[in-house]
Design a protein around this ligand. Structure first.
Ligand code: URA
Length: 480
């Protein structure tokens, strides 16, 4: 085993090229970001751990990566994951072995690479949009503008280049929890971050900005949900206007909506009051056009991507799960993880051809909480299920299945549009009991992960048996 300590992409690239040249396979490399005793002299020069794989090119074979692939890897390197360096080494290693699929979204590693790049691009975009510079009092040598931002991924260097292009000779500093970058009007300089939060920045111009913001805020047209979905809540605390918006929204909801702007309009003479009915004042907003852009609830913020349903355009059976899990979130496909394996086995046993059914979830983004290095599934709240129902409804309308199989209680509640629906009510003596709803059959069975969590073999068999039975019933119902 050889160990490499890297902190930046440039360091990783040098180390990775060296390892590839020595033909050292990923499983023999340990990547770390902090040196340990003895690291100084370890690794380099050692041939220990040279790969035993026959397919590996001989030591010394040059690594050739097209520019496009290198760009993807460089972007993915900004993704804040503990295993980023080892994962990226695995990608270039597989490329070196001739496995070109490794950069295809159809390959599990390729899918993860794409997801990482996408998340990094989104973070860069958000940072361009939500960095707020605060103007400082004139002091010799200090930057004129200072901003604080807490990015999820390590995108500060790229974003700093963007602002350097946009702001010309004006000096500024952007600080994040781990790093700061200063623009002295000519060049970018990395600096340790001495700030701890936006509150550490004094702002000479903030009062002016808030007055301006108050004056353009129109209570008659305020749409708090839209505001929240356009500006994700994690950014609010660092936006200067974040402190005054809640009070203005409350005031709008408590009556200012009806008399919006009358104060200023009234001073011009003529009508002193312009009553505006809330329904008329609300602009007619379009629904989000693509699932990827959905901001109907906050789950998208921590998910890698939205996971849409898959299957034939006119499938006669639709299976609805709860929400994507860890693997589904990374690969962008439903039921490709452990629960998917149980479902696959049950479908085979029931004689249901996976290619003939449409597979989707009630909630399209992965909801999770961190547990050590793992992302643990968290059951979606009813309001999240309700927010996502729009997409399930769209799939039902489009695919028009004759039978829908609800895998578990979340799917059932969403399908019936009834937060109090229970699995027990949909079973007869422990067997699935199909019901008609909205002109189609709904069969309810346990969720496949319930089988995985069952405490003993007997309950596992029972839960699994119910899934197989429900799938068989679905087949019989379409054959009627
Ligand atoms: N569990 C689900 O409900 N859906 C998936 O896609 C995966 C696991």
């Amino acid at each position: 085993m050889t160990r490499r300590v890297v902190q930046t992409f440039a360091e990783w690239r040098t180390a990775a090229r060296d390892l590839v040249a020595r033909s050292i396979a990923p499983e023999y490399v340990e990547w770390a970001s902090e040196p340990e005793d003895g690291d100084l002299f370890s690794g380099f020069g050692s041939q220990a751990g040279a790969t035993a794989l026959k397919a590996a090119p001989p030591p010394g074979a040059e690594l050739r990566l097209p520019r496009q692939v290198m760009d993807m890897i460089e972007d993915a390197a900004c993704f804040n994951a503990l295993d980023r360096w080892s994962f990226l080494y695995k990608v270039i290693w597989r490329w070196h072995l001739g496995e070109r699929d490794v950069v295809s979204p159809a390959d599990p590693d390729g899918a993860r690479l794409y997801a990482m790049v996408k998340a990094v691009h989104r973070e860069q975009h958000d940072m361009h949009a939500y960095v707020r510079f605060r103007e400082r009092k004139e002091e010799d040598g200090a930057p004129r503008f200072v901003a604080w931002f807490e990015p999820t991924h390590d995108v500060l260097p790229q974003v700093a280049r963007h602002f350097a292009r946009r702001m010309g000779p004006i000096t500024w500093l952007i600080a994040t929890p781990g790093q700061a970058i200063l623009w002295d009007g000519e060049k970018l300089i990395e600096a340790p971050s001495l700030l701890r939060s936006a509150a550490d920045i004094e702002d000479a111009g903030e009062a002016l900005w808030l007055t301006y913001y108050r004056s353009i805020f129109n209570p008659a047209r305020v749409n708090a949900d839209l505001l929240r979905s356009h500006i994700p809540s994690r950014f609010w605390k660092n936006l200067p206007e974040g402190a005054i918006v809640p009070a203005m929204v409350t005031a709008a909801n408590n009556g200012e909506r009806r008399t919006g702007q009358t104060g200023t309009v009234g001073q011009r003479g003529g009508a002193t009051s312009i009553p505006i009915a809330p329904e008329r004042a609300q602009p007619q907003r379009e629904l989000p056009t693509s699932l990827d852009q959905c901001r109907r609830c906050a789950l998208w913020e921590n998910a890698t991507q939205a996971v849409a349903g898959v299957g034939p355009a006119q499938a006669r059976i639709m299976l609805v799960g709860e929400q994507p899990g860890d693997q589904e979130d990374l690969q962008g496909l439903p039921f490709v993880g452990p629960a998917g394996a149980v479902l696959q086995q049950a479908m085979q046993e029931a004689g249901v051809d996976r290619d003939s059914i449409y597979l989707t979830n009630a909630v399209k983004h992965f909801k999770w909480e961190p547990r050590g290095k793992r992302r643990l599934h968290k059951t979606p709240a009813q309001r999240e299920v309700a927010a996502c129902h729009l997409w399930l409804e769209e799939e039902l309308k489009r695919v028009q299945p004759q039978v829908v199989v609800a895998l578990g209680s979340t799917a059932l509640k969403s399908l019936l549009q009834d937060g109090s629906a229970t699995m027990t009510a949909m079973m007869n003596d422990g067997h699935p009991a199909p019901v008609q709803h909205d002109g189609r059959w709904v069969v309810t069975v346990y969720h496949p992960s319930y089988v995985l969590r069952a405490p003993d073999e007997a309950s596992r068999r029972q839960a699994y048996g119910v899934i197989v039975e429900g799938l068989r019933q679905a087949l019989q119902l379409i054959q009627r």
